[in-house]
Design a protein around this ligand. Structure first.
Ligand SMILES: NC(=O)c1ccc[n+]([C@@H]2O[C@H](COP(=O)([O-])OP(=O)(O)OC[C@H]3O[C@@H](n4cnc5c(N)ncnc54)[C@H](O)[C@@H]3O)[C@@H](O)[C@H]2O)c1
Length: 351
């Protein structure tokens, strides 16, 4: 029957980029908006779920499943989204292709019908860097001069760029990768930025004496290697790859925590911090021991208050940031006539 068809807009990475998805500033703006929505209680997000092809191998082949609702009168955004992000760490080496790829499906608030399927591969990577950079903005010392990166893949690049958006005194960037050639390529790629880049020989060298550290490796639960003695007084550490810091680091007397979403403390294996809380190895932290980014962005709570505190930052990625970015991509594509319409059905069966 005419008029009952349902079409969905398929949006490729190239089309998403035409709207702004490859631009760090564009994505960051949406990441900040999404965080503020979270802080105002305008979002619903389900707990992290990783399906693993091999039981217990979190950093192996897996599919991350995420879903959320954005329901913001203030921003006039009312949309739901589901994200799937499969990952295989051998893809870059074996295929020269990304470790992970993401798709976001957007759903209409009123009917629940799908509006669009958007490539989220790029957005997911950039929004991760933006999340880590925002952590630095809130919890790193403003006078930070040295950045250390452990792991020098795709996400490390975005973490570095997003951090540099806010931290204006950085001079030196130390890079360690178990594949030295990756660290060398990384430094070569970014040397035009004018910072003093150096490839270092160990994770310890990258972390010791660094004011800001992003660990962006592919280590698994149980492979934690960062020692408490490596952490500089007053430093900021974003554990993007979740399982790099040994438990003892979390128990240092001068440690405070930042998180993009406190609910992650309930998610088993979302990070070492969450596992320690769930295993009763530490009490569930509350403010001022832990601060959520959105509270700082909304001006409800301060970020760093003591120059000597060491901040450990857990950013496990919040799908509201993907979905808001993909929704903006979708709206942009409608305006510009981009994307490919495909049928979900031409005529719903049995109606
Ligand atoms: N927290 C989040 O929201 C979020 C989002 C996306 C990705 N991630 C995580 O970020 C990590 C990196 O992702 P990517 O896409 O950049 O991967 P990638 O494969 O492009 O790069 C990873 C790099 O880390 C290096 N490496 C692996 N183990 C190492 C170790 N022990 N020490 C030093 N270097 C090591 C590899 O050689 C490689 O160069 C993954 O663990 C991924 O799960 C987190």
């Amino acid at each position: 029957m005419a008029g009952k068809e349902n079409k969905v807009l398929w949006i490729s990475q190239e089309e998403a980029m035409e709207i702004g998805a490859g631009d760090l500033n564009w994505v960051m703006n949406n990441v900040i908006r999404a965080n503020k929505m979270l802080g105002r209680g305008e979002t619903i997000e389900i707990p992290l779920f990783h399906m693993m092809w091999q039981e217990g191998k979190h950093a192996g082949k897996r599919i991350g499943l995420h879903a959320c609702i954005l329901n913001s009168d203030e921003e006039n955004v009312h949309v739901a989204g589901v994200k799937e992000i499969p990952s295989n760490p051998t893809n870059p080496r074996k295929l020269g292709k990304p470790r992970s790829n993401g798709l976001v499906e957007l759903f209409d608030e009123e009917t629940g019908y799908p509006l669009a399927v958007v490539d989220d591969t790029l957005v997911s990577g950039i929004r991760t860097g933006c999340g880590s950079g925002l952590g630095a903005k809130c919890f790193a010392r403003e006078d930070s001069e040295v950045m250390g990166l452990v792991g020098s893949g795709v996400i490390a690049g975005y973490c570095m760029q997003a951090t540099l958006m806010f931290m204006k005194h950085i001079k030196k960037i130390k890079v360690y990768d178990i594949r030295r050639e990756n660290a060398e390529k990384f430094c070569e790629r970014w040397k035009h930025l004018g910072y003093e880049f150096s490839v270092v020989d160990s994770a310890e060298e990258a972390i010791r004496d660094s004011d800001i550290v992003h660990t962006v490796t592919t280590v698994d639960v149980g492979e934690e290697y960062v020692e408490p003695a490596w952490l500089k007084k007053g430093s900021f550490h974003s554990f993007v790859s979740q399982y790099d810091y040994k438990e003892e680091c979390h128990l240092l007397p001068n440690v405070k925590f930042g998180m993009d979403w406190l609910d992650r403390l309930n998610d088993r294996d979302s990070c070492t911090l969450a596992n320690m809380v769930l295993d009763g190895k530490m009490a569930k932290p509350t403010y001022p021991l832990v601060t959520q980014v959105s509270d700082v962005l909304l001006g409800n709570k301060p970020g760093r208050t003591n120059p000597d505190d060491i901040y450990l930052f857990a950013t496990i990625g919040i799908v509201i940031t993907d979905v808001l970015n993909c929704y903006e991509v979708y709206k942009g594509c409608l305006e510009k006539g981009l994307g490919t319409e495909v049928y979900q059905w031409k005529e719903p069966h049995n109606m």
